[in-house]
Write a protein that binds this ligand. Sequence first.
Ligand SMILES: CCCCCCCCCCC/C=C/C(=O)SCCNC(=O)CCNC(=O)[C@H](O)C(C)(C)COP(=O)(O)OP(=O)(O)OC[C@H]1O[C@@H](n2cnc3c(N)ncnc32)[C@H](O)[C@@H]1OP(=O)(O)O
Length: 298
Amino acid sequence: MAAQAVLRSSARARLLSGAFCAQRGGPALWQHHQNQRAFSNGKILVEMDEATGVAVMKMKSPPVNSLNLDFLTEFSISLEKLEIDRSCRGLILTSAVSKIFSAGLDITEMSGKSNEHYAAFWRAVQEMWLKLYGSNMVTIAAINGSSPAGGCLMALCCDYRIMADNPKFAIGLNETQLGIVAPFWFKDTMINTIGNRATELSLQLGQMYPAPEALKFGLVDKLVPEDKVQSAAAAAMSQWLSVPDHARQLTKSMMRKPAIDRLVKQREADINNFVSFISKDSIQKSLQIYMDRLKQKK
Ligand SMILES: CCCCCCCCCCC/C=C/C(=O)SCCNC(=O)CCNC(=O)[C@H](O)C(C)(C)COP(=O)(O)OP(=O)(O)OC[C@H]1O[C@@H](n2cnc3c(N)ncnc32)[C@H](O)[C@@H]1OP(=O)(O)O
């Protein structure tokens, strides 16, 4: 895909240079065990079944898998590593943290930091989206917990979503509830999944949907009991992998390329927009109030 080609160069350069790995105390090499291969960079664990060509990526950044700069960098590098591995055809994205898929973007990365930091953070968010939404692999989200905002975006980037059937787990793009705004490419991703009107309702209200409602709304494709999420994802994966790769990949590209191209074309402008928006005093105040509320609810 066009976007993949643009993106691959920077992440691959970092991957091959080992800069990221050295920073983490050593290269994230595959460990082999029978038909399984695995690597971990710290916040992400990847297990690959060589017999099926399916990798399971587990987010393991407690307490809530929030997407900070380190996490996003590890995520994109891990994804790139799988993308360039011709034996890997499918990816199941899930969480190793109990009851949480991902709490979305780390709010502390968007509060009280320099403009340079905001820009680097937003570039990493964009990169995660470009890589996951544009992946050539079959991607299935095994949503085993709550998944607000950026966590919901990650799930929406996948080709298919299976969620634990627990009304305590909720998913949605709740940005307006924080006093912030989902950018156009978050919105496009949701429109491509549930349509324009449902997206407008959902985004304006900053709605979080408990699992049963998320299914009705089309935000997820299937609900299964909590202990069946991984096996259901594996079963769905084998169905998806029965389709010839080239035909499925071209179809995926046809559906997603307009949205991807749109961000690729205005990447720098989007970063500048983010920085000027997030650094406003009024927005910083809203985020502070939201964080205080989160801490007070305990
Ligand atoms: C003109 C247009 C221009 C547009 C330009 C762009 C504008 C900006 C776009 C930004 C897009 C933002 C996307 C996002 O993803 S924002 C993040 C949204 N996330 C949330 O709202 C989630 C909040 N968290 C929760 O609801 C709950 O924590 C959760 C359900 C996930 C888990 O609940 P639980 O009870 O299990 O855990 P706690 O609430 O006690 O949380 C544990 C600790 O984790 C901290 N926490 C939680 N979420 C976050 C987060 N997202 N970032 C940072 N920290 C988080 C929480 O405070 C607790 O910390 P302490 O233990 O220290 O108290």
